[in-house]
Design a protein around this ligand. Structure first.
Ligand code: SAM
Length: 229
């Protein structure tokens, strides 16, 4: 059993892949300290995390190659985005993207999202995106999935009433797993009214690297939008 499993964390993947190339490593070393969140010193008003005025703060958990995070941050310069990614190669892409695009409305966290969720002020997030979380398709690994009763309760605590929680997956058993847990949660409801609501991605959807791979391999995404009650 890993340390994280013992601590009840939700990160079971790799932290490190191949060594970053020199230029990327230098960008990370130069820019990450300015972007990285210190969970021990979070302000009560999360907007204060950003050097510019933001009207609300959104969270993306496990941003991978940061395609979606960077796209949304560019699209909405007056909204603050917190992106979480413990895998250093993904984190480096996020840092490099923020640097190259000159974004001032993004902050990053490089560890298990549950550690951040437990430190965020109650009711501080206007939305949470969990896009293609690690699927853990083998039955014996299902308990590692990010969506759990405990993590739904963690999300509920930090979201404002009415805030959307968006979830995408290409794995049918994970979609069913998530719907089952949301159905028994007192804090969320599924907003779908017609099949198009879960078959089509959200407006302005840029796609993600993981999704593109899933589509190449013949799978399709399911897009679930839940509302914090
Ligand atoms: C399958 S990838 C998808 C990445 C990206 N969202 C996409 O669609 O391309 C899942 C990502 O979640 C990250 N992850 C896994 N457990 C996590 C946790 N507990 N907290 C934050 N991120 C996590 C992994 O490092 C990985 O990059």
């Amino acid at each position: 059993m890993s340390d994280d499993e013992r601590r009840g964390g939700s990160f079971y993947g790799r932290r490190k892949g191949k060594a970053l190339r020199a230029g990327r490593a230098a960008t990370v070393a130069g820019t990450l300290p300015r972007l990285k969140l210190d969970v021990e010193a979070l302000p009560d008003a999360l907007a204060e995390l950003f050097a510019i005025a933001v009207r609300e703060v959104r969270l993306e958990i496990g941003f991978g190659g940061a395609e979606h995070l960077l796209h949304r941050a560019q699209e909405n310069p007056d909204i603050g985005y917190i992106g979480v990614e413990p895998f250093i190669d993904g984190l480096a892409k996020g840092v490099a993207g923020v640097d190259a695009l000159g974004l001032r409305n993004v902050r990053l966290y490089d560890d298990d999202a549950t550690k951040l969720l437990d430190r965020l002020p109650a009711g501080s997030l206007a939305s949470v995106d969990l896009l293609y979380p690690d699927p853990w398709p083998k039955t014996r690994h299902w308990k590692r999935r990010f969506v759990s009763d405990e993590n739904l309760a963690r999300l509920a605590r930090v979201m404002t009433p009415g805030a959307p929680f968006r979830f995408a997956s290409d794995i049918d058993t994970y979609v069913a797993w998530t719907l089952e847990r949301v159905r028994r949660s007192p804090d969320f409801e599924w907003t779908a009214e017609r099949p198009g609501d879960w078959r089509a991605p959200w407006a302005g959807w840029p796609g993600t690297r993981y999704e593109a791979k899933a589509i190449r391999e013949g799978r399709r995404g399911t897009y679930l939008t839940f509302r914090r009650l």
